[in-house]
Ligand binder design. Structure first.
Ligand SMILES: *[C@@H]1O[C@H](CO)[C@@H](O)[C@H](O)[C@H]1NC(C)=O
Ligand SMILES: *[C@@H]1O[C@H](CO)[C@@H](O)[C@H](O)[C@H]1NC(C)=O
Ligand SMILES: *[C@@H]1O[C@H](CO)[C@@H](O)[C@H](O)[C@H]1NC(C)=O
Ligand SMILES: *[C@@H]1O[C@H](CO)[C@@H](O)[C@H](O)[C@H]1NC(C)=O
Ligand SMILES: *[C@@H]1O[C@H](CO)[C@@H](O)[C@H](O)[C@H]1NC(C)=O
Length: 248
């Protein structure tokens, strides 16, 4: 019985070893336990190599199960892809290289992209008396934000006056007030998000409260739809530029 197990192991071990080493990935920066530590705007290059001689030499790359388009000459025996620049959406993305003819011969690495909250600049907001105030800031950061604050005219927003409500859902931090009153709500608002390893990031909103008027809501609605459509289109277009190749 003992002998049989030994013999079985003898046959199993080499086949396991060769399965894991048919394709392998080398990267800059180097991975630790399959995770590449990087930060936004950096460059990551991955080289996949076919180990030994195989009948099928063609390699393919996947980013989270989506095929990456490779140029001819960057497919046989060795293939490299370059993520330049690394963007926020690459955080947690898995890059897999596999033999085209047999996906069970594969190797993967995952990116851990650190980034601060993407906040800057100043936005003008004009409201009429009695409208609701609704400001929001993206609070996403890696590592997670340790502090999220809202200020009005340079001091922390006082939740006991003005009917302010602050909510954080991990993605956005929102400052809300149901009915604005010029004396309480007009001013300069600032959201600030701090995460470890990065300084505080802020965005300012200059809120002006005007007198109440009668409204025709059709035009703003149409403009809003156009803006949403354009933003979506731009997001799709810019996505195609992300994965460039940098083989040497
Ligand atoms: C390449 O294959 C050989 C033989 O199967 C193995 O000893 C070696 O460790 C492999 N190299 C890598 C980098 O996987
Ligand atoms: C791939 O490797 C094989 C065997 O080592 C070799 O015959 C072939 O020319 C190589 N192909 C390329 C494109 O380097
Ligand atoms: C793919 O490779 C595995 C491991 O070597 C092997 O067991 C399997 O039969 C191969 N599949 C095909 C379709 O060649
Ligand atoms: C990613 O890196 C950050 C900073 O080093 C670390 O705090 C976090 O735990 C890492 N996340 C994962 C999923 O490895
Ligand atoms: C904030 O400062 C502006 C400009 O000094 C002032 O007009 C406004 O009333 C202030 N807002 C509050 C709520 O104090």
């Amino acid at each position: 019985m003992k002998l049989m197990i030994s013999i079985a192991l003898l046959f199993l071990l080499p086949s396991c070893a060769s399965q894991t080493s048919v394709v392998y990935i080398e990267s800059s920066p180097e991975p630790l336990d399959g995770v590449i530590q990087t930060k936004i705007k950096d460059t990551v290059s991955l080289v996949c190599t076919l180990n030994g001689t195989h009948e099928d030499k063609e390699l393919v790359w996947l980013r989270n199960d989506a095929m990456i388009k490779l140029n001819d000459g960057n497919k046989e025996n060795r293939s490299c892809v370059c993520i330049n620049p690394v963007i926020q959406k690459d955080d947690g993305a898995t890059f897999t290289c596999q033999l085209k003819s047999n996906s069970s011969h594969s190797a993967s690495v995952t990116l851990n992209v650190t980034y601060s909250a993407d906040l800057s600049g100043s936005e003008k907001v004009t409201l009429e008396e009695e409208e609701s105030l609704d400001l929001q800031c993206d609070m996403r950061a890696n590592p997670l934000a340790t502090s999220v604050t809202w200020q009005l005219n340079g001091t922390l927003v006082d939740l006991s006056t003005g009917g302010f409500i602050i909510t954080n859902d991990g993605i956005n931090t929102k400052l809300y007030a149901k009915k604005v009153d010029r004396s309480l709500h007009e001013g300069s608002y600032q959201c600030t998000v701090t995460s470890p390893g990065y300084g505080p990031q802020s965005k300012t909103f200059q809120v002006t409260v005007t007198d109440k008027t009668i409204k025709f809501p059709l035009m703003p609605t149409i403009a809003g739809v156009v803006v949403v459509a354009l933003t979506t289109l731009l997001a799709i277009v810019s996505r195609w530029r992300v994965i460039a190749k940098c083989c040497k």
